[in-house]
Design a binder for this molecule. Structure first.
Ligand code: G3P
Ligand code: CA
Length: 225
């Protein structure tokens, strides 16, 4: 069962920072999950929200700032917002990277960056899973490069996610863990999809979800898995 660290090891370090991804590696996570938006000059930025207000000392919408401007804001007074390239280089194939597409325009940029690492840096497509709640972005990703592994994110009825996963030949389904039971997990797995629920943090929930034989769990505390 894959232990995937949510926004890095968010339970221990500031989310989506190099420090949190380093912590996830220290905790021997099998994968990290992160969120991406674009800067105004087209760089892929690792941050959860559309704005920088909650996580940095600045205010404003991520895609209205250039990379240089975004780098001037600090998280917890210390850390810069990372680019996706910086995270790839830190991880250096040591674990799976689950890239959640959040912002407009992210699909084509992320596909291009994955292709660069696969073609020029000896990485494999299996080193990445691209997920999103925005299924149009997943369709775009799959149209651009059908080798890229896709995870269909859902917090609503599973039937729709399953149908869409079949349509685009996804690799995995990433459901809100509260939607799961042993029957529907089995149903997804029988169709050859990995089941990777989020965000499971409490011991009791971890035990329950594990009893459904899921393929992995996304958690703020990967060491609890
Ligand atoms: O990928 C699973 C999970 O990260 C989705 O929710 O809001 O934490 O991005 P959120
Ligand atoms: Ca996410």
């Amino acid at each position: 069962m894959l232990k995937i660290a949510h926004r890095g090891a968010k339970g221990y370090e500031p989310e989506n920072t190099l420090k949190s991804f380093r912590k996830a590696l220290d905790l021997k996570a099998d994968g990290i999950e992160l969120d991406v938006h674009l800067s105004s000059d087209g760089h892929i930025i690792v941050i959860h929200d559309e704005t920088i207000d909650r996580t940095t000392n600045g205010k404003g919408i991520v895609n209205t700032f250039s990379l240089a401007e975004l780098k001037s804001f600090l998280i917890d007074g210390e850390y810069q917002i990372p680019t996706l390239t910086e995270v790839f280089d830190l991880v250096d194939k040591k674990c799976l990277i689950n890239i959640e597409l959040k912002g407009l325009g992210t699909a084509s940029k992320v596909v291009a960056l994955i292709e660069e690492y696969v073609l020029n840096k000896n990485w494999n497509y299996e080193n990445f899973i691209v997920s999103s709640f925005d299924w149009n972005l997943l369709q775009e990703t799959s149209n651009l490069n059908s080798n890229i592994l896709i995870g269909v994110l859902t917090e609503e009825v599973l039937d729709k996610a399953l149908a869409f996963a079949e349509l685009i030949k996804a690799h995995a389904i990433h459901p809100d863990y509260q939607l799961l039971n042993s029957e529907n997990v089995k149903q997804m797995q029988e169709k050859n999809f990995l089941v990777l629920p989020w965000t499971v943090d409490e011991e009791e929930d971890i035990q329950k979800i594990k009893s459904y034989n899921v393929d992995g769990i996304i958690s703020d505390f990967p060491d609890r898995l």
